[in-house]
Design a binder for this molecule. Structure first.
Ligand SMILES: Nc1nc2c([nH]c(=O)n2[C@@H]2O[C@H](COP(=O)(O)OP(=O)(O)OP(=O)(O)O)[C@@H](O)[C@H]2O)c(=O)[nH]1
Length: 135
C-alpha cells in the first residue's frame, strides 16, 4: 500500500508577554499526550491559513489571525509522512476564552520552558529555529 502523505499546519502563536501557546494531544489520539503547536490536517481544497484558523477554532473555540509562514519541514513517521508548515499567529480574542474542546491541556510557555516538554519528532526543526531566535 502507498504511504500516506498528510499535510499539516501548526501555529507559532505568541502573546503580548512573548510566551508561546502549546497544546497537549488527547490521551486517545495518535502520539498521545505529546505537546505540540496547535493546528492539524489541511482538508482537500482548503488553503493553509483557513485550515489553521479552523483547527484552532475546533480545538479551543478561539479565533486567531494567521500571519506569515515561519517554517516548512517534512518528516517520515513509521506509517505516514507529514508535510508540516508552521505560521506565526496572534490571538484575535482574549486568552481567557480558550477552552479544551479537542485538546487535553494548554500552556503559555517561554522558549526556555518549551525545552522541558515532549513534542512529536516532526517538530524538532521548528523548536530548533525558535531556540535559535532566542540566542
Ligand atoms: N497540530 C500539530 N500536529 C502535529 C505537530 N507535529 C506533528 O508531528 N503533528 C502531526 O500532524 C498530524 C496532525 O493531525 P491532527 O492532530 O489533526 O490529527 P488528527 O486528530 O486529524 O488524526 P490523528 O490522531 O490520526 O493524527 C498528526 O499526525 C500529528 O502527530 C504539531 O506540532 N502540531
Amino acid at each position: 500500500m502507498a504511504r500516506r502523505h498528510v499535510r499539516v499546519v501548526g501555529a507559532m502563536l505568541q502573546n503580548d508577554g512573548g510566551r508561546y501557546l502549546i497544546t497537549q494531544r488527547p490521551p486517545s489520539a495518535s502520539l498521545p499526550l505529546l505537546w505540540e503547536f496547535p493546528g492539524g490536517r489541511v482538508e482537500e481544497g482548503e488553503d493553509d491559513a483557513t485550515a489553521l484558523a479552523r483547527e484552532i477554532l475546533e480545538e479551543m473555540g478561539v479565533a486567531v489571525h494567521v500571519l506569515e509562514q515561519a517554517m516548512h519541514t517534512r518528516h517520515e513517521y513509521p506509517t505516514y509522512d507529514i508535510d508540516f508548515r508552521v505560521f506565526h499567529c496572534r490571538m484575535a480574542e482574549p486568552e481567557r476564552n480558550i477552552r479544551h474542546l479537542r485538546v487535553h491541556d494548554h500552556r503559555w510557555v517561554t522558549l526556555e520552558e518549551m525545552a522541558g516538554y515532549r513534542f512529536p519528532d516532526a517538530d524538532a526543526k521548528t523548536l530548533a529555529k525558535l531556540l535559535d531566535l532566542d540566542s
